[in-house]
Design a binder for this molecule. Structure first.
Ligand SMILES: [Zn+2]
Length: 228
């Protein structure tokens, strides 16, 4: 699969990228995928503050104990971050997801032991070939003292949440996750759950409820973007 080499034009606006001008392939840099202007927009991270993310998460999960509740970007329609997420979800750009993880590493809480990606169901994983949340987690873990721990699995496929109301979303993902055989490692540890986009937070809430069974010391949440 060569798709990770493809961008010669910005994945958002189709202007030339640094790669197209220099001919140097470096798929670990955001400038491989974005033109200079879109890259600058992404660098000027516009994410909501922690209290805003927490308020949104608590609409569906007010009783869950969350240490840090964070999102790097606001997910706006027609923004570069929307194009980035679309590209790594549907165009096989796994390195772009990893690259995004690396670019937000400063958001990693200082005492994180394990980064836990929100899992895909195995049939979706087989279709896509990778889990974008896991690639994000890999990027975050690189060059840090944390490790990626696939402690949660999706036990049944869940239909798209896109056209569901909040109560329907909660019902849709209820009981859809279970601990894996690696989850025991999270006991007494500080864990960070990672996903690409938080909308109502119902998927994340279901993952948090599942990981609580492994008795970590603290649970934090970080998403690349939050729908606003
Ligand atoms: Zn651009």
């Amino acid at each position: 699969m060569l798709s990770f080499l493809l961008p010669e034009r910005c994945i958002h606006c189709e202007r030339p990228t640094e790669f197209s001008r220099s001919g140097i392939v470096d798929t670990h840099k955001l400038t491989h995928y974005l033109c200079e202007i879109c890259f600058r927009i992404i660098q000027r991270r516009d994410g909501p503050d922690e209290s805003t993310v927490r308020d949104q998460f608590q609409i569906t999960a007010s009783a869950l104990p969350i240490e840090h509740c964070m999102a790097a970007y606001s997910f706006m329609m027609e923004s570069p971050i929307q194009s980035i997420i679309h590209a790594f979800k549907y165009s096989g750009m796994t390195r772009l997801a990893e690259c995004c993880g690396r670019s937000i590493v400063t958001m990693l809480p200082g005492k994180t032991d394990f980064i836990i990606p929100v899992p895909l169901h195995r049939t979706r994983f087989a279709e896509r070939g990778y889990n974008q949340a896991e690639s994000l987690a890999d990027g975050l873990a690189k060059d840090t003292k944390t490790a990626v721990l696939c402690a949660v699995k999706r036990t049944r496929p869940t239909p798209s949440q896109t056209n569901l109301s909040i109560p329907e979303r909660i019902e849709n993902v209820r009981g859809a996750f279970a601990l894996t055989r690696l989850a025991y490692a999270a006991k007494g540890k500080q864990v960070l759950i990672v996903d690409d986009v938080m909308t109502t937070g119902s998927t994340l809430a279901s993952v948090v409820e599942t990981i609580m069974e492994a008795k970590p010391a603290t649970i934090s949440i970080l998403t690349l973007a939050m729908a606003v």
